[in-house]
Design a protein around this ligand. Structure first.
Ligand code: PXG
Length: 465
């Protein structure tokens, strides 16, 4: 069902936006120059609508999160009913409410293996703060308090809080706020196209995993608490590691008794065609962080899945885990998340992504490989990327500074009715899991048309050689 269409005074909203609002991850000078933010007023299915009434295919599922698509009346009803019964109560000091308890059990059944328990938070960043505190607390309980170091990857994204930015590997984010905090080490990412063009994938997978072992040895294995990684790096540019990488990383963690943490904030809840991304790679993390698809973004909620052996240590040693947020296990958010999981399960969206729409997207994107601006297309499940290059068959970018072409193509895509993200010179997509074949074709056709339109501008950028 579509929400009633309200008439907004968009000019006034943009004026207020400039006068009072600091939107997230925004250049405020540019916001001013553009006369305010783009105002999205409503959405339905896989489409979003802006204040001028323009419809756009939402190739990003909001911000990698609206897995079940927009306009799900049942989620609104569940929130309404829960708010009337118990809008809020906390989970501090040995208290709980029904929705988070039921949701913990439900999430545990999807995680499987030795991941049996769940700690709730409201965002992916908060989940990773919980990860950092939980892991260090665990090692202290184990009598190894010196095990503090997290190993992560350059270009990883783990959030925007102090722990999230520190664990993440975004240099531009590190530069603001004197981060990372001590005790985080970054190693190379498994980005074959960008960093090892032409190298044999198996050799590269082994080399990228070896970089982790080398760093463990440099830091001293007795000081390393955990390795953290997204199964597929999302905000880093949809970096899909080559086959063999994850099993090798898991083996290295086991060899040195280091905890393996998977950040499933994007990869969870069907995105890669399994309930969780690590299940696609056949590995068994000790901790996972999840958010986004847990509620399909209808309300903010995130969770940390924890292995039984960690929980056993907490239960054995006792003492408060002095950590938690007011909204940990928020009953309304948890109730909506449960109903969201009912939809994902009831509509078979995980299997559909794995067996039908995921392969369909891969084939559709592959049709772009003959385009003179395309260096590579790749996807796994319903997350994909198109690499923009100056010469086909290479990974040469426009100008020496990577990052000029992506935003140009992205802006044309948006004008042509497709919301996508540009990450440097990579166009990425992550549509709602309900997307149809025809809409996938449309998504890819708009990218092609936009590349065609952008080509003269991009060729004009080409540096004189
Ligand atoms: N981990 C991963 C893997 C993420 O993708 C977070 C943690 C943090 O979640 P919260 O809910 O705190 O935002 C994310 C979030 C982008 C972009 O530019 C990506 C995210 C958030 C905002 C922008 O692609 N991912």
């Amino acid at each position: 069902m579509t929400a009633p269409i309200r008439n907004y005074d968009i000019a006034e909203l943009r004026r207020l936006d400039l006068a009072h609002h600091l939107p997230a991850q925004t250049d405020y000078k540019l916001q001013e120059a553009l006369g305010g933010s783009r105002i999205i007023t409503r959405a339905d299915g896989v489409h979003i609508y802006d204040g001028e009434g323009n419809a756009m295919l939402d190739g990003m599922a909001g911000l990698w999160c609206v897995n079940v698509g927009y306009g799900r009346e049942v989620l609104a009803k569940v929130a309404y009913e829960q708010m009337l019964e118990l809008p809020f109560y906390n989970t501090f000091f040995k208290t709980a409410t029904p929705p988070p308890v039921k949701l913990a059990a439900r999430v545990a059944s999807k995680m499987g293996g030795h991941l049996t328990h769940v700690f709730f938070n409201s965002s992916g960043s908060e989940a990773n703060d919980t990860v950092l505190r939980l892991v260090r607390h665990y090692w202290a309980l184990k009598g190894q308090p010196q095990r503090k170091v997290f190993i992560s990857r350059w270009n990883a994204y783990h959030g925007s809080t102090v722990a999230g930015v520190s664990l993440g590997g975004m240099k531009a984010m590190h530069e603001q706020g004197d981060l990372p905090i001590p005790g985080v080490e970054h190693v190379m990412q498994p980005y074959l196209f960008g960093e090892a063009f032409g190298e044999d994938p198996a050799v590269f997978a082994a080399r990228a995993a070896q970089a982790i072992e080398d760093r463990i040895l440099a830091v001293g294995p007795e000081n390393v608490a955990a390795f953290i990684g997204e199964p597929v790096q999302g905000a880093g540019g949809v970096i899909i590691p080559p086959e063999g990488y994850w099993p090798a990383v898991e083996a290295i963690c086991r060899k040195y008794g280091i905890l393996l943490v998977c950040d499933e904030v994007i990869c969870g809840f069907g995105r890669l065609g399994q309930w969780f991304g690590h299940q696609h790679y056949g590995i068994q993390p000790d901790i996972i962080a999840m958010a986004k698809g847990l509620s399909s973004g209808y309300l903010p909620i995130s969770a940390v899945g924890v292995a039984d052996h960690i929980v056993a240590e907490l239960k054995d040693k006792g003492g408060d885990f002095v950590h938690g947020y007011t909204y940990s296990g928020h009953p309304t958010a948890a109730a909506v998340a449960l109903a969201n999981l009912d939809i994902i399960e009831g509509e078979g969206l995980v299997e559909r992504t794995r067996e039908d729409t995921g392969p369909y997207l891969a084939r559709a994107l592959a049709r772009l490989n003959d385009h003179p601006l395309v260096g590579e297309t790749r996807s796994l499940g319903l997350i994909g990327a198109v690499e923009i290059v100056r010469e086909p068959g290479t990974n040469l970018r426009f100008l020496d500074d990577e990052g000029n072409a992506g935003p140009i193509v992205r802006d044309i895509c948006i004008r042509n009715g497709l919301m996508v993200r540009a990450i440097r010179d990579t166009i990425v997509c992550c549509p709602p899991l309900i997307i149809s074949h025809a809409e996938i074709d449309q998504l890819v056709d708009i990218i092609r048309r936009s590349l065609d339109e952008a080509e003269p501008t991009l060729r004009a950028l080409k540096p004189a050689v």
